[in-house]
Design a protein around this ligand. Structure first.
Ligand SMILES: NC(=O)c1ccc[n+]([C@@H]2O[C@H](COP(=O)([O-])OP(=O)(O)OC[C@H]3O[C@@H](n4cnc5c(N)ncnc54)[C@H](O)[C@@H]3O)[C@@H](O)[C@H]2O)c1
Ligand SMILES: O=C(O)C[C@H](O)C(=O)O
Length: 332
């Protein structure tokens, strides 16, 4: 029997990530090629005509899985009945700007949209915040939508995770699909800590630790980390626009693994509500290694954290605590 359609909200759908993301969702990249979808697309009135253009293109593409399109500038209409919400709408970082610069513009948007989601989304709606500052926008959304369970509100660090996999695969000249279990800790910002201490590569001789294969701790503890941390800025410098196709693809990876599960023996990075694991302060949205089963994520526990890593986990937590305070000061 054919499955019931799932309603997927994309905010900021007339923007550049939206333009890359909605066809992926309509093709089954996010929820599977047997899962019909109804797309809900929200943008602001100045973008209404462009949003309608995206809707026209979705019709023109004749996606077999796409069972309906709602394109609107009304947050209530957009949020009504949605099962999954991908929050991309907001003001993006421009060349030379730090994420803090975009804070005040975005937290007030997330406060308002929290209420629309809380009141009108389907029960158990899963929320992924992409718009920057992603962790703090997600935290604001959580605080102002108290009836949505905290475990349903996440932010995107899968792009950073995938960037780390990509850097290791290039360094070792191996397929990216053979590299796994890197970790992004903390904030989706240049303070994040890309950690390879538990990462492995599938080789002809079995699974080998990344550190053993790379044999260059100076690179792994230096240039590798800064390259991943600064990749967003490097893309902005090259394209004069922030990353879009990789962000859209990673958003699909995030939701797919959350809903359909992570492969056995593999974890991924997700920004989730901290309950204090790894001595990360509770009450932040912080990126951890997680596995997913039955639509629920669980933080991978018990990984060893050396002194070098500990400092980096703490540094990015401090930045998130500061962002949280700044976000509240912007709202007051
Ligand atoms: N977490 C990540 O890995 C990651 C990666 C790339 C980009 N980003 C962030 O994603 C966001 C979107 O990036 P983009 O390149 O698509 O930007 P964009 O400017 O092309 O698109 C943003 C869209 O949001 C719309 N918008 C603005 N305010 C809105 C509101 N209140 N409600 C609904 N829509 C609204 C705009 O009209 C625009 O169409 C930015 O904040 C960017 O920094 C995050
Ligand atoms: O770095 C940015 O501001 C854009 C985005 O968050 C990215 O990581 O590509």
């Amino acid at each position: 029997m054919a499955k019931e359609p799932v309603r997927v909200l994309v905010t900021g759908a007339a923007g550049q990530i939206g333009y890359a993301l909605v066809p992926m969702i309509a093709r089954g990249v996010m929820l599977g090629t047997d899962q019909p979808v109804i797309l809900h697309m929200l943008d602001i009135p100045p973008a209404a005509e462009a949003l309608n253009g995206v809707k026209m293109e979705l019709v023109d593409a004749a996606f077999p899985l796409l069972k309906g399109v709602v394109a609107t500038t009304d947050a209530v209409e957009a949020c009504t009945g949605v099962n999954i919400a991908v929050m991309v709408g907001g003001f993006p970082r421009k060349e030379g700007m730090e994420r803090k610069d975009v804070m005040s513009k975005n937290v007030s948007i997330y406060k308002a949209q929290a209420s629309a989601l809380e009141q009108h989304a389907a029960p158990n709606c899963k929320v992924l915040v992409v718009a920057n500052p992603a962790n703090t926008n997600a935290l604001i959304l959580k605080e102002f939508a108290p009836s949505i369970p905290a475990k349903n509100i996440t932010c995107l660090t899968r792009l950073d995770h995938n960037r780390a996999l990509g850097q290791i695969s290039e360094k070792l000249n191996v397929q990216v699909s053979d590299v796994k279990n890197v970790i992004i800790w903390g904030n989706h910002s240049s303070s994040q800590y890309p950690d390879v201490n538990h990462a492995t590569v599938n080789t002809a001789a079995g699974e080998k630790p990344v550190r053993e294969l790379v044999k260059d701790d100076a690179w792994l503890n230096g240039e590798f980390i800064t390259t991943v941390q600064q990749r967003g800025a490097a893309i902005i410098k090259a394209r004069k626009l922030s990353s879009a196709l990789s962000a859209a693809s990673s958003a699909c990876d995030h939701i797919r693994d959350w809903v359909l599960g992570t492969p056995e023996g593999t974890w991924v990075s997700m920004g989730v509500y901290s309950g204090g694991s790894y001595n990360v302060p509770a009450g932040l949205i912080y990126s951890f290694p997680v596995t997913c089963r039955n639509g629920e994520w669980t933080i991978v526990q018990g990984l060893s954290i050396d002194e070098f890593s500990r400092k980096k986990l703490d540094l990015t937590a401090e930045e998130l605590s500061e962002e949280k305070a700044l976000a509240y000061s912007c709202l007051s």
